[in-house]
Design a protein. Sequence first.
Length: 557
Amino acid sequence: MDAHKISDSLTVSPQITVDDIPKLKEMGFRSLICNRPDGEGADQPTFDEIEAAAKAAGIETRYQPVTSGKVTDENADSFGALFDELPKPIFAYCRTGTRSATLWSLSQAGKLDLADILSKTKAAGYDMAGVVRRIVNGGKTPTDLADASYDVVIVGGGAAGISVASSLQGRLPDIKIAILDPADIHYYQPGWTMVGGGIFEAASTAKTMGSLIPHGVHWVKAAVAAFEPKDNAVVLDGCRVVKYKRLIVCPGLKLDWHKVEGLVDTLGKNGVTSNYRYDLAPYTWELVRGLRKGRALFTQPPMPIKCAGAPQKAMYLSADHWFKTGVLNDIDVQFHNAGGVLFGVADYVPALMEYVNKYNADLNFFHNLIAVDGTSKTATFQVNKPDSEPETVQVEFDMMHVCPPQTSPDFIRVSPLADEAGWVDVDQSTLRHKEYDNIWSLGDVMNAPNAKTAAAARKQAPVVAANVAADIEGHGAFAHYDGYGSCPLTVERGKIVLAEFGYGGKLLPSFPSWILNGKRPSRLAWLLKEQILPPVYWKAMLKGKEWMVKPEKVSAG
């Protein structure tokens, strides 16, 4: 137990165990507060276990779970009430103790001097610099006065954020636009499949963020902590506040690597890789080239994920290399998909199945990866087949390509902008928020039922830009998004099945079938993916040039 005394009334610590309770009793603690949600870590005991042991020792307990990095004003108020009512001294804990120290600091605002709060927490080993503004503001998040104010604030500097900024600036060059994003590097993520297949170099998929922000657009290099839509304010880490007249939300989604037990510890070694990370895509190609025999696993988690075809693209390109180097017969290729179909749009499945058969790949549906033991090279899957009892199976491997589970970012999921599932709640046609009419969203983070791809963002950016511009100018016309998304399925080196579709799986091909039939593998589609789409991304999409995606204005009435 690593106890940190803040005052005579409060000591905080990282996660404790049941075995620590007798020691707490011996140290004289009369109350215990848990600020860590159950299930946050695989190795933490539940609060019920802690509470049972504490009650047996005569220690009063309270459960006040707080999301990591998201201490709200209400959380601080609740902690303050507990601090006032519980017998002293009190022992509080979370994962590291930081949440508990932060809650105490905010709850004591106005009761103790700022210097006293900061000195006590610093002496205990906790830096409260990030919440100084809130402490000065009486423990509350200040949204009445802004550190900066813009006509349009865009959260996220990825493909969607920079594209919509450029498109909007092209329509209304005089408005003040800011992009909020803490990242230094911007990645062309669709290229990582090609890196893992030995076609692209990883470096070609990365550029500095500063080189891509449109001229005249302000770049606020900071992460968003919270939204205050009723005050038209975004709260940044450190409690700085940026105000807006209109807000566009597009931070992408979160790759939840930790959701698969043991995965983080073995990524990049023991034959475990993923094209969903810039630094790991080259390792994929290293493994593919080095494998001469054995079993290769390729996994796909439950939806939604970005680029739903990427997990099987990795399989096809890998198997194609083994086929062409004459070792495929000695490699057991397996695809484990948590879903029940190979691809969500049935029109493209026949062509894909031809390659599944060519590579003799074993398809395993309703298999969700839940654990990886890199040392023993064993993967564990939860199998939930319809009309069957759930079961757990273990599969040994020599190489495994993992697609991680994916969720909405934490700061989105807990925000007023999110629906019940945690995604930004928009009208799927106009991409305007359903509750806050000066907020729009695009890209992977919003809840429209479309494929989460860069091609979708390319189509969405002009729609959102046109709608925001129309709103600023007081016009009644709106642009509409048809759900377009594209997934170039790299079935072999030199050929692609170009899936293009919209809402409900409706086919939305960009070219006549006599030029390019997307339902069949095509060398022209490969040419698009390899040589045309990267420069289109860097030099057109991110620059606001709306080639083939310029929205038509449709009357709202």
